[in-house]
Design a protein around this ligand. Structure first.
Ligand code: HEC
Length: 136
């Protein structure tokens, strides 16, 4: 019984775990809720913002964006990887601002995220859906 080569295949296969969902599912189940439920409310003055929750939501969304310039890059959308990388970077800056207690910086950063990054990529992808709601 020659188990060696198969064992090698199994070990190599485990070193890089592929994402187990599609980009659309990550958007709908992670990025959308993180944005709608936590990040967007943090742009409103009356929102009693839990900064720990903001940092966590921003990191969850950033981790999805990292897949967009990695295994889930969509070559049909112009500059998809660059857009995903830029969105990831801003989300990590939002997380850092929340960690640092810099609440007053959040509205401008999240507004930029909404317009330039979320809606910018959706426009490039030809998505005309309602989410996220544009911030004026
Ligand atoms: C790098 C490009 C890119 C960025 C950045 C991006 N999206 Fe998306 N998004 C897409 C694509 C492409 C789809 C459509 C996926 C599909 O249906 O195949 C999508 C779909 C969605 C959906 C599900 C469709 C719907 O209308 O319900 C939500 C919600 C969503 N995005 C929210 C966001 C939010 C919030 C942000 C910003 C934090 C964001 N996206 C940033 C590319 C992007």
């Amino acid at each position: 019984m020659r188990a060696g080569p198969w064992l090698l295949v199994v070990v190599l296969g485990c070193t890089s775990t592929p994402p187990n969902k599609t980009w659309a599912v990550y958007m709908d189940s992670v990025v959308g809720p993180a944005y709608d439920d936590v990040l967007e409310p943090a742009t409103r003055a009356e929102g009693a913002t839990d900064l720990g929750a903001v940092a966590r939501a921003a990191r969850e969304a950033a981790d999805v964006m990292a897949l967009g310039h990695g295994p889930l890059v969509d070559p049909r959308v112009p500059d998809f990887a660059e857009r995903a990388r830029a969105a990831e970077q801003l989300l990590r800056e939002i997380a850092a601002a929340a960690d640092g207690g810099r609440r007053e910086e959040l509205p401008a950063m999240i507004t930029r995220l909404n317009r330039r990054h979320c809606l910018g990529c959706h426009e490039a992808a030809g998505i005309t859906g309602p989410r996220p709601t544009p911030i004026q």
